[in-house]
Design a binder for this molecule. Structure first.
Ligand SMILES: Cc1cc2nc3c(=O)[nH]c(=O)nc-3n(C[C@H](O)[C@H](O)[C@H](O)COP(=O)(O)OP(=O)(O)OC[C@H]3O[C@@H](n4cnc5c(N)ncnc54)[C@H](O)[C@@H]3O)c2cc1C
Length: 511
């Protein structure tokens, strides 16, 4: 049986629901006996992940709207996602046995005559990036092909070209959104501007985006200088302080830097890596990469570069994720923490985190795919827009983001998960200290967040902004149907809660 298209089958799926409620008996629901169940329900991370009692895989917008209307009518919790969804905030794990609204039939990416691009709600970076490239256009996109465009954009949307073009959401021109009751509305500067504002930074909260349209830019021939380097352990001071000098000198808008800690399982110690990408200018890129070349003997903070690969990549290759193989593998277990700074974190803390990373993985070798990235981009394009331009709350703040990602596979008794969270949280807390980050409070990008950050750290400490967000939640999601992803509170007291709730408003038990 491929699809559940009859009342009878649907009744076994959602036993409490009256059969005659199925709209024309034509909704594409699937149960776990479906031959394609596993590939459709796989997640990038299997840790604290949502689980599904059924998959609703609409083929048309009308069917999607009818399905949501149906689920709403019977108070059935649901989550919009796609195969291999990369969302990792642990509140997603509060969604157990919900209906998956599978957006895999909405992966179109179409260039328009005005050079804007329209993409479907289920599109991944791999759908967006080559389409732009073929048209000789570019925009800020995520760095890996497997990640969903909308999950990224709705939190703001960071990427290698953000120094030039701002956030992915800053390029959004309009979106088509199915609300909690199935009603489809447009959101743009002119139509439902309040929803348009909220979608760009707190957008996981309001509905299912069926389609969205973005401004794009000419790719100027489209080549991007890329350098990948590996250093010895004792280069840590030299590399970190060179990185700091580059950031403090003022990053060029075309430059994107990643300093990474990976783990060398053979040598049983961390690896220090650096990725330099400079858009459209090989010479300038080389100059930056050259600052990380091995230094002469006797240098106070020596750098020993043991591997150096440079190339020029087109826009499509740049987004193909080749730089970090295996990043798109599904069904591993991951927990993420994050902190940010207007410059670079203090060197001693970055060294301490390098040490703690090594200790964590040595004690739990199954976690040897863990990774810690310090990503830096110039903030001028993001800051050029007014602070209240969109719901993204961190303009002018996140020059460098730390992405602390513990990854493991086997863990029958939960010991690795406990250690992974202890390490990740400890590293985040150290990096977020005022004397290390330069901020008196934590500022965290929602798409890299965990569950313990105050909501204000994700969506803004300003009470006026919080009131605006809560009013939007009340207006567009009054029953909390879209509460899976670090949800906004429906009343102001929710901003005071110490940790995230994120439970679906209604559970199957309550039906
Ligand atoms: C390997 C990797 C690389 C990453 N790279 C980047 C990066 O370059 N830049 C960056 O900013 N972030 C990046 N992230 C973080 C990323 O933004 C989040 O993990 C994001 O949630 C992934 O979205 P998704 O659509 O793949 O996931 P999903 O799990 O499908 O969705 C995540 C959330 O978004 C909601 N959602 C998804 N699609 C829609 C839609 N069409 N309408 C309404 N809601 C929707 C879901 O309901 C869910 O709540 C990366 C994460 C990983 C794991």
């Amino acid at each position: 049986m491929r699809s559940i298209r009859s009342c009878l089958c649907l009744a076994t799926l959602i036993a409490q629901v009256a059969c005659d409620a199925v709209v024309d008996g034509k909704l594409s629901f699937y149960t776990s006996s479906w031959e394609n169940w596993d590939e459709n329900t796989a997640r990038w991370s299997a840790y604290e992940a949502p689980t599904f009692s059924a998959v609703f895989k609409p083929e048309t917008e009308a069917e999607l709207s009818q399905g949501i209307e149906y689920l709403a009518k019977y108070n059935i919790p649901y989550l919009a996602t796609k195969p291999g969804g990369h969302g990792n905030v642990p509140t997603l794990g509060n969604y157990q046995n919900v209906v998956q609204i599978n957006l895999d039939n909405f992966r179109h990416a179409v260039m328009n005559s005005d050079h804007s691009i329209t993409i479907g709600g289920g599109a991944k970076m791999v759908d967006l990036i080559p389409t732009l490239h073929r048209a000789g256009r570019e925009m800020t996109v995520g760095s890996f092909p497997c990640v969903g465009v909308h999950g990224v954009m709705l939190g703001g949307g960071m990427g290698r070209l953000m120094g030039r073009y701002g956030l992915i959401s800053d390029a959004l021109l309009q979106a088509k959104v199915a609300l909690w009751n199935g009603t489809i509305v447009e959101a743009s500067e002119k139509v439902n501007p309040d929803l348009f504002w909220g979608l760009r930074g707190a957008g996981h909260n309001f509905g299912v985006v069926l389609e969205s349209t973005y401004k794009t830019w000419p790719d100027e021939g489209g080549l991007h200088y890329n350098a990948d380097m590996v250093f010895t352990d004792d280069s840590l001071d030299g590399v970190v302080n060179t990185y700091r000098e580059i950031v403090q000198d003022g990053l060029d808008p075309s430059l994107f830097l990643i300093l990474g800690y990976m783990y060398d399982a053979d040598a049983k110690k961390p690896l220090l890596i650096m990725n330099v990408v400079y858009a459209h200018n090989e010479e300038k890129g080389r100059r930056v990469a050259g600052r990380f070349a091995s230094s002469p003997k006797g240098t106070a903070e020596p750098i020993t570069r043991i591997s150096f690969k440079e190339s020029n990549m087109n826009f499509s290759e740049l987004g193909s994720g080749k730089a970090v193989p295996g990043v798109c593998d599904v069904n591993l277990k991951n927990t993420l923490y994050t902190a940010s700074t207007p410059s670079l974190f203090e060197t001693g803390a970055m060294k301490a985190v390098y040490e703690s990373f090594g200790s964590f993985v040595r004690a739990h070798p199954g976690a040897n795919r863990s990774i810690l990235l310090f990503e830096a981009a110039d903030g001028k394009a993001v800051d050029a827009l007014p602070h209240d331009y969109s719901a993204y709350a961190h303009r002018g703040m996140m020059t460098t983001n730390a992405i602390i990602q513990a990854t493991w596979d086997e863990d029958e008794d939960g010991i690795v998960a406990e250690a992974a969270n202890a390490w990740g949280k400890g590293a985040r807390d150290l990096l977020a200290k005022p004397e290390v980050s330069g901020y008196d409070k934590l500022h965290a990008y929602v798409n890299y967040a965990n569950r313990d950050e105050p909501l204000a750290a994700l969506y803004g400490y300003d009470e006026k902004r919080q009131r605006r967000l809560t009013a939007l939640k009340q207006k567009y999601d009054p029953h909390g149907c879209f509460n899976a992803y670090r949800p906004l509170p429906l009343d102001m007291s929710g901003w005071e809660l110490p940790t995230a709730s994120g439970a679906p408003q209604r559970t199957r038990d309550e039906l």
